[in-house]
Design a protein around this ligand. Structure first.
Ligand code: SF4
Length: 258
């Protein structure tokens, strides 16, 4: 099955999304390979080619875009589109792996404040680095830190997200619990692996209850995915799950679909 091509620019959009409105994307990842600390079975960019939680490794660091070029592209995009709703760090993999992520984010915030103060800074991250002190501090610069949690037990994490060596559920939960204004995003799937029923579902709900985020956004996948047997969860089930988890935890859960 075909998957989506990688982004080949530092910024892209604006794109419209129900969650963020009109959003400019920032891609700090390499353009020619997918670098991520996960290799999710539903990833619409296909299989991870640089599978690591260590973006600061010298060999890997050289493949990431230059910090000066990234900041120039971000400034140009903000000046061109000062009235978008959000500037969102996302792209071809895990943005926090960029070896200069904290410095880029701090300078981006300064640019945003000066050029387009109403634009919200958003981040999509898989939470695998959120426990690291330099990343945790950087998360405070975001208005909307949106961090992934698809599994509340190690076996389901291994099956759905296929983490890089060194990434554990415990460190992910530690990072999520420490993040202020946290929005958790969870991709729910069925089929060869499922996180919508049985022990996997119960463990995920228990983890959300322990994390106590400001909100949870759940959705499924509609894009082509690299692995066969991954089944989309239809909107009516997403809505039912959102209601059930809100009732059980008191956390606001919203269902989204494409
Ligand atoms: S964390 Fe995101 S980019 Fe990385 S493999 Fe999963 S879906 Fe793809």
């Amino acid at each position: 099955m075909n998957v989506l091509p990688l982004e080949t620019t530092l910024t892209y959009g604006p794109l419209f999304s129900r969650r963020l409105g009109r959003s400019l994307g920032v891609n700090l990842l390499p353009f020619d390979r997918k670098a991520c600390s996960f290799d999710c079975i539903y990833c619409h960019y296909g299989h991870t080619t640089v599978h690591t939680a260590m973006g600061r490794d010298l060999e890997i660091a050289a493949t990431f875009p230059d910090m000066g070029n990234a900041l120039r592209a971000i400034e140009t995009a903000l000046r061109r589109y000062p009235h978008v709703d959000a500037l969102t760090f996302s792209g071809n993999g895990e943005p926090t792996l960029h070896p200069h992520f904290p410095a880029i984010v701090a300078e981006t915030r300064r640019l945003r404040d000066a050029i387009a103060p109403n634009v919200k800074l958003a981040l999509f991250s898989n939470a695998t680095t959120a426990h690291l002190p330099h990343i945790q501090e950087s998360l405070n610069d975001f208005d909307l830190p949106i961090l992934k949690l698809d599994a509340g037990d190690p076996a389901t994490l291994a099956q759905i997200n296929r983490p890089a060596p060194g990434v554990t559920l415990d460190t992910i939960l530690e990072g999520l619990k420490a993040t202020r204004n946290l929005v958790v995003q969870s991709v729910l799937i069925d089929g060869v692996v499922s996180n919508i029923k049985g022990e996997a579902f119960e463990a995920w709900v228990t983890a959300l209850d322990a994390i106590r985020p400001a909100a949870v956004q759940i959705y499924s996948t509609d894009y082509p995915v690299p692995d066969v047997g991954v089944e989309r969860v239809p909107p009516y089930i997403l809505k039912r799950i959102a209601r059930k988890v809100t009732e059980r935890t008191g956390v606001r859960v919203e269902a989204f679909w494409y």
